[in-house]
Write a protein that binds this ligand. Structure first.
Ligand code: TMP
Length: 241
């Protein structure tokens, strides 16, 4: 991985993730940083076409494994066209979802299991792992209500994943919380139940602290970085995250 920084936003449907991502991008740009905002599935021409297949409610009988492979096909394209070149240029890549979503949705939600997802991840993502992940957390009962309200405001149909019941989203949330538990250095939990401005304040504090921590840290040669690049950038002591 180059000298850039890879930040991802994650969470179950309806946590207000995309709004928060937009506001965070504004904040970082104001600080004079070069930010590449992107999303998954999507972020490239091919990826956006795959996204349509994955999200359309008219897509029926897609097997869980086919779903996983399509997610990783879009991701492979995204890595090659957008993420790796941006990181090489030293930019901040800010992505609305990345590989934790596959672990949570396909691994836990669809019950494909962690090992199956990780096998794809090793091949496709390799050591291009997020440095910092903000996990917006909300109980599915609330988040799905929000997602459905948003759909009806836009007069649009519910998408494939939003149609899944509360039980599915509970499993996905459990998956996300498990990832956060296993990687507390990288994954920061954001309580997403409050007002937009209040949630954004939490996020900005986390990101600003992270950036300050990186400035203090001596540069690590990429060759010495392990699978989880975030793990080789420990936070300075005393940062109350
Ligand atoms: P969103 O971009 O509106 O958040 O929607 C993308 C949907 O795709 C969301 O329901 C989560 C799902 N998804 C997966 O199931 N696996 C993945 O790897 C990714 C990136 C998204």
């Amino acid at each position: 991985m180059g000298r850039g920084l890879f930040i991802t936003l994650e969470g179950i449907d309806g946590t207000g993730k995309s709004t928060q991502l937009r506001l965070l991008a504004q904040h970082l740009k104001k600080r004079g940083l070069t930010v590449r905002v992107t999303r998954e599935p999507g972020g490239t021409g091919v990826g956006e076409r795959i996204r349509k297949i994955l999200l359309a409610s008219s897509t029926r009988r897609l097997s869980p494994l086919a779903e996983l492979v399509l997610m990783y096909a879009a991701r492979a394209q995204h890595l090659e066209e957008v993420i790796r070149p941006s990181l090489e240029r030293g930019e901040i890549v800010l992505s609305d979802r990345y590989n934790d979503a596959s672990l949570a949705y396909q691994g836990y939600g669809r019950k494909l299991g962690v090992e199956t997802v990780r096998a794809f991840d090793r091949i496709i993502c390799g050591d291009t792992q997020p440095d910092l992940t903000l996990l917006l957390d909300l109980p599915p009962r609330l988040s799905l209500r929000r997602a459905r309200a948003r759909q009806s405001r836009r007069n649009s149909k519910q998408e494939r994943f939003e149609r899944q019941g509360v039980e599915f989203h509970r499993r996905v949330r459990r998956g996300y919380l498990e990832i956060a538990r296993l990687e507390p250095q990288r994954v920061k939990l954001v309580r997403a139940g409050g007002a937009v401005a209040e949630i954004q304040a939490q996020i900005r504090k986390l990101v600003d602290n992270f950036l300050a921590g990186r400035r203090k840290r001596p540069l690590t040669h990429p060759a010495t970085a392990g699978d989880n690049v975030g793990a080789v950038h420990p936070l300075p002591k005393g940062e109350g995250w």
